[in-house]
Design a protein around this ligand. Sequence first.
Ligand SMILES: NC(=O)CCC(=O)C(=O)O
Length: 279
Amino acid sequence: MAGRKFRLALIQLAVGASKTENLQRAATYITQAAKNGAKIVALPECCNSPYGNKFFPEFAESIPGESTDLFARSAKENKVYLIAGSIPERADEKIYNTCTVFDPNGVMVAKHRKLHLFDINIPGQITFEESKTLSSGNSLTVFDMELCKVGLGICYDLRFPELAQIYAKEGCRLIVYPGAFNMTTGPLHWELLQRARALDNQVYVATVSPARDETASYIAWGHSMVVDPWGKVISECDHKEDILYADVDLDYLESVREQIPVSKQKRSDLYKVVNCSDQ
Ligand SMILES: NC(=O)CCC(=O)C(=O)O
């Protein structure tokens, strides 16, 4: 693809009870996405395991391990940047919800542990406590691909605008959130949050969900999507397994920033969002 554009593919994977099958399906779709011109491919949250506290300890593995070995091979064979969704990671006698990223040589260039754990209680609808089994990460994660810096979050991280603001401030033009919203919050919040993050920060935002499985204990909303810096949804799928494509156009992003120059108009004499690890 010419100029300052590149193609992004999001794989809305049907994740089931077999880790081996989940990984094989992911590998097949990564190859298909690369054949269709994708330079960067992303998988969903919990791409090797069903989503749920009873599954995290059973499916957890170390990094490097079986899943990340396959991700590395797949990125290298297909010459893509691979944002490998997330997997339950076992480390330091804890379990994290972790996203790894591989460059087109198969080298791991980033590792993001979910920062904000999904602990919510909506009586009569959904109660979930990731903190029963998972620990949270402690650092923000950015990686550089040719043309573009990319910021990472995982699912519930999307609800925290400071994270996206810091990524934009650090030069990210694209923020990717592997995520699995649910049937209660998904219908109203999923798209709204992404459009808010994209519009506030004038960046591309992409979210990648697992496909919906009505028989699962946690039913994912699906609707993986890409939002442009104008706040417009430019690509979306429904709830079934699918690959979604979108072109990230950095010249378009710059034109939006020139037209409405909010980042230059911030009143940093009155307010600030800071990355505490810089202090
Ligand atoms: N896996 C998650 O973090 C789910 C987040 C979610 O559904 C939400 O409403 O937030």
